[in-house]
Design a protein around this ligand. Structure first.
Ligand code: ZN
Length: 269
């Protein structure tokens, strides 16, 4: 799956989940909280691909998401890729193949998803709004890169960085203070998990069972069989899947916001 599909699936899952919580569990979120959660989940849905590094010194290559903040994020991707490769070799069993890069390994596992969600929550609890503003800056940047890929490409990483900083600052100024912000950690974790599912329906598959050893392999790649797997960049992905995800997001957003708007104008439903 390509960046925009990943980001869109993160947004769709967060909005639909929020709608379900609102409708069935009577759990309401403010419009700002909804927007923040959606952006963070969309960004989180790109985060695992920050393990695809390029050439830092020449500022080339890497996953689109690795180019969000120019050479800075390319460098982060380089480090993440090497750590992933290190973990791969440290835990590999006799039947796991040799690899020369760490893409689609550690960052595409359930323990990583949980770790990132828990780490985010811990940071928010320990450092409050300052952690929130940094995490938002980073995640909004990834989300912009994913959701508005054409714009981001034209605008370049400096503009993307400035817009993320402004959006993060606006949220920082308007978010009520002194809370735990548990939804941010949850949104990052859910985003990462949605990414893994997205990669599972494409050909290559992901090591979702790690660290459970199967037939002397720790890194069994699990995905749909080739005959039904989604081809990256195919019409099915770019047209059908993205349209469906957009419609789902819009419906959920309308379902979430409409009742309070109608109520404001005293319209009974
Ligand atoms: Zn991936």
């Amino acid at each position: 799956m390509m960046g925009p599909s990943h980001a869109l699936s993160g947004a769709a899952v967060w909005l639909t989940g929020s709608w379900a919580l609102d409708y069935f569990a009577d759990y309401h979120q403010s419009p700002l909280a909804l927007a923040v959660g959606t952006a963070v989940c969309a960004g989180g849905a790109l985060f695992p691909d920050l393990d695809l590094s390029g050439k830092v010194t020449r500022n080339q290559g890497g996953a689109t998401v690795a180019r969000t903040f120019g050479v800075f994020s390319l460098f982060v991707a380089e480090v993440m890729e090497k750590i992933s490769l290190g973990v791969y070799y440290a835990t590999k069993l006799s039947r796991d193949p040799r690899r020369n890069n760490g893409h689609r390994t550690l960052t595409h596992t359930i323990p990583f998803t949980v770790l990132v969600g828990w780490g985010t929550t811990t940071l928010c609890t320990a450092y409050g709004k300052w952690a929130v503003v940094s995490i938002l800056f980073f995640m909004i940047g990834l989300a912009l890169r994913g959701l508005f890929d054409k714009w981001a490409e034209r605008a370049g990483w400096v503009i993307v960085t400035l817009v993320s900083a402004a959006a993060a600052w606006f949220t920082f100024a308007n978010l009520p203070g002194d809370r735990g912000y548990p939804m941010i950690g949850l949104a990052v974790g859910v985003g990462c998990f949605v990414h893994i599912l997205g990669d599972m329906i494409t050909k290559a598959g992901v090591p979702i069972l790690w660290p459970i050893p199967i037939k002397r392999r720790m890194w069994t790649m699990i995905g749909l069989p080739n005959s039904i797997a989604l081809r990256t960049g195919s019409k099915a992905e770019v047209v059908v899947l993205r349209t469906a995800l957009t419609v789902l997001s819009v419906l959920a957003a309308v379902g979430l916001v409409a009742p309070s708007v109608l109520q404001r104008f005293n319209i009974e439903v």
